[in-house]
Design a protein around this ligand. Structure first.
Ligand SMILES: [Ca+2]
Ligand SMILES: [Ca+2]
Length: 186
């Protein structure tokens, strides 16, 4: 690159911060404004969060890895409202499948945490008499119509892997998006 051009670029770069201060303003906000057309596929917006419904039936570990491939994690329900929104969504679709969540008590049996944020599972959405760690083998939490007579989608603990009846679909939750807008004053 000719020496004069390099010097010119340095001068422009040197002036740029002062120039930008007057001519641009930036704004960062949580979420994606409704009037902004953004393709969030394969994630679907439900209430304030974005989810992917994995359709393969896999063990808990494979489910987690699948979510990580999309830069997301198995779903974590911080509030009962979030759980109810997902349950209503599945119900409206007539989807009676069972789905893995990020919850487990692999670290300490009997203490169920959401694996994505290490917070205790506090929502009261367990199926009756669950979690029961049946056979001493159930350490991962899924949701679905747990019993034949269940009319609500609820939580249950099941074997994380190595069990033919513990292969489920899964729900991934994307990180919370932020929208950065830059206004240019011409
Ligand atoms: Ca969540
Ligand atoms: Ca159970």
């Amino acid at each position: 690159m000719p020496k004069t051009l390099v010097q010119l670029l340095l001068i422009v770069a040197g002036f740029a911060p002062g120039f930008a201060y007057d001519k641009y303003s930036t704004h960062i906000q949580n979420g994606i404004p409704n009037n902004l057309t953004v393709n969030t596929s394969p994630f679907i917006k439900i209430k304030e969060s974005y989810y992917l419904f994995g359709q393969e039936k896999v063990n808990w570990y494979v489910a987690y890895e699948s979510c990580r491939r999309y830069g997301s994690e198995l779903v974590t329900f911080e509030t009962p409202e979030e759980f109810d929104a997902i349950a209503a969504f599945l119900k409206a679709r007539g989807d009676r499948s069972e789905h893995w969540t990020s919850g487990n008590d692999l670290g300490q049996t009997g203490t169920h945490n959401w694996f994505s944020n290490a917070q205790l599972v506090t929502i009261k959405r367990w199926a009756p008499n669950q979690p029961d760690n049946s056979g001493g083998k159930e350490h991962c939490i899924h949701l679905g119509y747990i019993y034949g007579h269940s009319t609500e989608i609820q939580l249950n603990d099941r074997p994380c892997n190595n069990h033919p009846n513990s292969l489920f679909k899964y729900i991934c939750e994307a990180p919370k998006p932020e929208t950065v807008s830059i206004v240019v004053w011409k």
